[in-house]
Design a binder for this molecule. Structure first.
Ligand code: MCN
Ligand code: CUN
Length: 795
């Protein structure tokens, strides 16, 4: 009889183990960047531009220097003298660290003060006098592209206009041919508005340069410590081994903590100049007004259709508003990220996408907000276009999708834009969702309600997104190949530590990586401690974003555990005095094949690695694995929402929402559900209330929590989650796909589709997000589409 340990009992794969990190968080014992206090530490504050576009005539810092307690005032000119006024971005552009020639968005960093405390530093910032010559601001791409538009990036050579790129992918001629044969062409134009990840913890850093050792230690809020180390080494020309980046506990990242911000750079330079630790902690408005925003993309979409409902081709044109600097994080050769992952779930013969990026007088960003390199926009455009096409054909929304889905036996599937998707059961997920929402019954109720003047709507959204960049053949950031790593050390008593190059920000890696080790080795999860975020101790990794941790770092954890098991097998053979070939494995234990009662546990093997190894064997039980994934992982989801719209006010309420997520094998079902609920909440926020816009003068509307609305538990609807469809990832060692962003990516279209469905019969095709009551009311009352493009209307 098997003597294997019980996987669920030891917290292995599939166990809904409670998150170990929460123990310290709910006791207020987390260790965030702002909790760290170093001896002799000074404080830095940033002076930001009040204007969106202006030439700087002069900056007078003399009064600031005179304030007692001020140690240093940094300006662009001082940065320039050290060649640090500008820094490279992850998209091969340049970004101002501190403005020298011009300010290019409201909130841009103009100067920094370093003082004994943050209050003195803030007061001293106000004492700096900047003489600005205002220039006309540009707040949307169409203004930027207009004839005679002011040139935003006059700092760059060979930049005659505000266009950053004109990029295309797909088959233009083939798409044209397919359109020529269409029975019907369905068109849709819309804007995915600018929003902001807005983690509760803002960004910040503490730079600590020690002249005696030449070592620079930076504690900072970063999702990718090793990339930061490389960037500091290259930009500041410091030796990489003398740089230590520590990312302590992170109070939410959501993409906001991927980019390199001027504040980090200035705190580092200040510490080097002053030879004292310098802390910079951003305030909420600073975070909302200046750090990595998301979306802000305009779509013109067209779908060629056969009258029976078959999609023949898709044409998309996007105009992306990147703000003043092109600083998207992206896997290099794709200008608009993975926008061309659109329509991966549908079997479409041919497609063509043109994408244009422009500069405007708005904050840069674009790594986005819970989105694998602009996949959120891609899925939103896709599902809004699909809904419009089905209604144009007069076809049922669900039947239209089912008819065009990639079939279960058609994997790996080459998408019309060239991706290779791995696996999925799309129709089955849709059926589970339709049953759960009571689809047929709801359609009847909707008809009935309509006859009594009540507006009910149902919205479907499906998504498959590419999660887990690399592989290294196709994906790199600034030439650094995208793979990841894990290190596992099993101590002699069978306890272990696992370290990865990823960085958890709330996703629960401290819990789930231990579960992978438990699954591979049978060591109880509670005996495995997980550590991430310190470049001096963690193996090299590309960080956590694009839901890549499970697909890449998590895979590396499984692979390193397998290396450990392979060595443990040799130790077991030695202990059991048989040859390795005669030893078999069951969870937690090796045994003699011909005499299964004779066995040794993994813990006994661990002890032997330090106390009784065979002659000639290297002692210890430690290893590292680098994992270069063969492909991205492609999770799938169906989200269905029902709503009721109040025709008097335009207010809409969610009646029900069901989510069917297939992310392959779930390591920790409870954590996966937490990820889905969080993502759906953000999707709801995006559809309902959350956006940052700009008035005609370039003022950022949404740089505080009065204007930028986050839903609380009170507004957020309930979600019904379904986990019955599991399609293991065929190329991941434990069959897992990413989940972190799925619901935020696929969710928004479900809400919008539901509201548009409720308005059916009015001729309204689109209302741009957020679907604020006044927009919905206006659409309904005047029977017209509503654009949300800035500048905001003067009401
Ligand atoms: N997981 C699992 N089984 C799977 C897939 C994942 O149990 N099949 C678990 C993982 O082990 C991990 C969590 O779910 O604990 C998320 O895993 P994954 O999908 O690999 O995503 P990442 O860990 O790479 O997280 C990044 C992703 C991104 S890019 C954003 S943005 C986002 C998100 O996660 N930011 C978050 N979720 C967040 N959740 C919190 N609380 N805070 C953030 O800042
Ligand atoms: Cu795009 S937000 Mo997450 O990938 O860090």
């Amino acid at each position: 009889m098997s003597q294997a340990v019980d996987e669920i009992k030891i917290g292995g794969l599939g166990a809904s183990r409670k998150r170990v990190e929460d123990d310290r968080f709910i006791r207020g014992k987390g260790n965030y960047t702002d909790d760290i206090v170093l001896p002799g530490m000074l404080h830095m504050e940033i002076l930001r531009s009040p204007l969106p576009h202006a030439r700087i005539r002069s900056i007078d810092t003399s009064r600031a220097w005179q304030i007692p307690g001020v140690h240093l005032v940094l300006t662009g000119e001082m940065m320039a003298s050290r060649n640090l006024a500008w820094m490279p971005t992850l998209s091969y552009d340049t970004q101002a660290v501190l403005a020298t020639d011009k300010v290019r968005f409201q909130g841009q960093e103009v100067a920094c003060v370093i003082a004994d405390d943050p209050y003195i530093a803030k007061d001293a910032c106000e004492a700096i006098e900047v003489d600005y010559e205002p220039l006309p601001p540009i707040v949307n791409p169409y203004q930027a592209l207009a004839e005679g538009a002011p040139l935003i990036r006059d700092d760059k050579e060979n930049q005659p206009d505000n266009v950053i790129y004109d990029w295309e992918v797909g088959d233009a001629a083939g798409t044209d041919r397919a359109f020529a044969q269409a029975d019907l062409v369905s068109k849709l134009e819309l804007h995915y508005p600018r929003s902001h990840p807005s983690p509760i913890e803002c960004c910040g850093s503490i730079a600590d340069f020690n002249r005696a050792t030449s070592k620079l230690t930076v504690y900072m809020t970063t999702q990718a410590p090793h990339i930061i180390r490389a960037a500091v080494a290259m930009v500041a020309e410091l030796p990489e081994h003398m740089i230590r980046i520590i990312s302590p506990d992170i109070g939410g990242g959501f993409g906001n903590k991927v980019p390199v911000y001027p504040g980090y750079v200035c705190s580092i330079l200040a510490s080097i100049l002053l030879e004292r630790p310098v802390k910079w902690i951003e305030d909420k408005s600073g975070n909302l007004i200046s750090t990595g925003f998301a979306r802000d993309v305009y779509l013109k979409g067209e779908m060629a259709l056969r009258k029976d409902g078959k999609i023949l081709a898709v044409r998309m044109h996007t105009d992306a508003d990147h703000g003043a600097f092109f600083s998207d994080a992206q896997p290099s050769k794709f200008k608009i990220g993975l926008m061309h992952s659109a329509f991966a779930a549908y079997d479409i013969p041919v497609a063509h996408l043109t994408a244009r990026g422009v500069y405007t007088n708005k904050a840069p960003g674009g790594v986005a907000y819970r989105c694998s390199f602009r996949v959120t926009e891609a899925m939103f455009f896709q599902e809004r276009m699909v809904q419009a096409a089905a209604s144009d054909l007069g076809m049922d929304q669900a039947a239209f999708r089912r008819m065009n889905f990639v079939r279960d036996d058609d994997f790996p599937h080459r998408t019309p834009f060239g991706f290779l998707t791995d696996s999925g059961q799309y129709a089955k997920c849709l059926d589970v969702g339709l049953r759960a929402i009571g689809y047929d019954d709801f359609r009847k109720r909707q008809e009935e309600a309509r006859s009594r003047g009540r507006l009910l709507g149902l919205g479907i959204s499906t998504m498959t997104e590419p999660l887990g960049a690399g592989n290294s053949r196709e994906y790199d950031i600034l030439g650094i190949k995208m793979f990841d790593s894990a290190e596992l050390k099993v101590h002699m008593t069978g306890k272990a530590i696992v370290r990865t190059g990823a960085r958890t920000q709330g996703q629960g890696h401290e819990t789930t990586w231990a579960q992978i080790v438990a699954h591979e080795l049978g060591i109880p999860a509670e005996d495995v401690v997980v550590e991430e975020g310190d470049t001096d101790t963690a193996p090299f990794g590309m960080g956590t974003y694009a839901s890549r941790s499970t697909p890449v770092a998590g895979a590396a954890v499984a692979m390193v555990a397998r290396k450990i098991r392979a060595k443990a097998r040799k130790l077991a053979a030695h202990l059991l005095e048989v040859s390795e070939e005669d030893v078999d494995w069951e969870l937690g234990r090796f045994y003699v094949r011909s005499a299964p009662d004779r066995g040794v546990t993994i813990q006994e093997c661990a002890m032997a690695a330090y106390s009784n190894m065979p002659d000639g064997m290297e002692p210890g039980l430690e290893n590292t694995a680098y994992y270069d994934p063969p492909n991205l992982t492609w999770p799938f989801a169906v989200y269905i929402v029902t709503v009721e719209v109040d025709p008097q006010t335009g207010v809409w309420d969610v009646l029900n929402m069901v989510a069917v997520d297939d992310c392959g094998v779930r390591i920790n079902p409870m954590i996966v559900e937490g990820q889905i609920m969080g993502g759906l909440t953000e999707a709801y926020a995006m559809a309902n209330m959350q956006f940052i816009t700009f008035d005609a003068d370039g003022n950022c509307v949404g740089s505080n929590y009065m204007d930028y609305l986050l839903p609380s538990a009170w507004e957020t609807p309930g979600f019904e989650l379904h986990s019955e469809v599991v399609t293991p990832c065929p190329h991941h060692p434990i069959g897992a796909k990413g989940i972190g962003e799925c619901a935020a990516v696929g969710g928004p279209a479900a809400f919008v589709n539901a509201v548009i469905d409720a308005l059916s019969g009015t001729g309204v095709r689109n209302v741009d997000m957020p679907l604020l009551p006044d927009r919905v009311w206006e659409a309904l009352t005047y029977r017209r589409d509503i654009s949300g493009a800035p500048p905001v209307r003067a009401d």
